[in-house]
Design a protein around this ligand. Structure first.
Ligand code: 3HC
Length: 293
């Protein structure tokens, strides 16, 4: 069975990006948010992205209208009923995800494939809330979704091989490079990225270098587009703290343990760009300034 229609649950940062990419790749797409206000916010961010692409000449005005025409917003979970694949990108809380998939399982035909964009929760545990763990995968995208070229396609021990191959092919149709990963906490990218980000905080704590110099070192010494502390502000300190706790809980290895400074910054509400302050002060978004501790 080919995937023709896409459902996305959640129209936040990741969900809106996934919905935009699916519609831009030619799929009729339905994106669902819990209320009209959040839906409107998510659809406006998609419009902003598409307008920017049209202004730059990356897409034509006609293509922009076609993409927008393929995209339908809704607050009703029932509107996802006829989608061939449903990608969940809601809050990173296991009970909320299990509840959502339990409801979708009762609503959708047995052929519908379910996918979670979770970055660190166990796919097997989310899938076990349904009667179709054999049609359940992880589809982990990266922020900003329209720009980052990768999607991790995650299989559990229960995922049916034909379903898995279909989703790998779907990831490619979305214009991404699809890599295959097992349902191991953090998959491939966060398994490697999270200890690196945490080590950058430890280096700062130990006075190895300043915020600016740690960032400059990895950008200019290793060719990374952002230094680790800038990337932490971009991903969100609360998000990274949460992922590190799940990974530490799973592996019990120090490299996944949150450094005390990260914990204190999150407790203080310094969550990075979205809160205006992390390792940098973002009150002037075009000119972030390193925090003096
Ligand atoms: N949405 C859509 N497009 C965006 C965007 C956004 N939020 N941000 C930037 N872009 C586009 C710009 O329009 C521009 O497009 P163009 O080349 O066609 O003009 C292009 O991306 C480059 O943007 P900029 O010139 O403004 O800035 P940069 O060259 O610095 O690129 C960046 C910005 C793409 C964010 C780059 O700095 C980068 O790749 N950073 C690293 C991001 C990263 O590592 N993401 C993964 C995070 S980990 C994760 O998501 C997993 C999770 O589980 C934690």
């Amino acid at each position: 069975m080919a995937i023709r229609k896409v459902g996305v649950v959640g129209c936040g940062l990741m969900g809106s990006g996934i919905a935009q990419v699916a519609a831009a790749s030619g799929f009729p797409t339905v994106v669902r948010e819990v209320n009209a206000e959040l839906l409107d916010k998510g659809l406006k961010s998609i419009d902003k992205n598409l307008n920017r692409l049209a202004e730059k000449g990356t897409i034509t005005e006609a293509a922009k209208d076609e993409i927008r025409g393929r995209l339908k917003g809704t607050t009703k979970v029932e509107d996802l009923q006829d989608c061939d694949v449903i990608i969940e990108a809601i809050i990173e809380q296991l009970p909320a995800k299990r509840e959502l998939f339990g409801a979708l399982d009762a609503l959708c035909p047995p052929s519908t494939i379910f996918a979670s964009n979770t970055s660190s929760l166990t796919i097997t545990e989310i899938a076990s809330a349904t009667k179709r763990p054999h049609r359940f995968v992880g589809l982990h995208f990266f922020n900003p979704v329209p720009v980052m070229k990768l999607v991790e396609v995650v299989r559990t021990i229960a995922t049916e091989p034909a379903v898995y191959e279909e989703v790998v092919a779907f990831g490619t149709k979305l214009g991404k490079t699809a890599v295959r990963a097992q349902d191991s906490t953090g998959f491939i990218v966060n398994r490697l990225l999270v200890p690196y980000l945490l080590d950058a905080i430890r280096a700062l704590e130990e006075g190895v270098g300043s915020i600016e110099d740690i960032d400059k070192s990895m950008m200019l010494g290793c060719g990374h587009p952002m230094g680790p502390l800038t990337l932490l502000d971009f991903v969100g300190l609360d998000t990274t703290y949460y992922i590190s706790q799940i990974m530490f809980d799973e592996f019990k290895e120090r490299r996944f343990a949150a450094p005390p400074l990260l914990k204190r910054m999150v407790l203080a509400g310094w969550n990075g760009r979205k809160s205006g302050r992390g390792f940098y002060d973002h009150s002037d978004p075009g000119n972030p300034k390193a925090i003096k501790f």
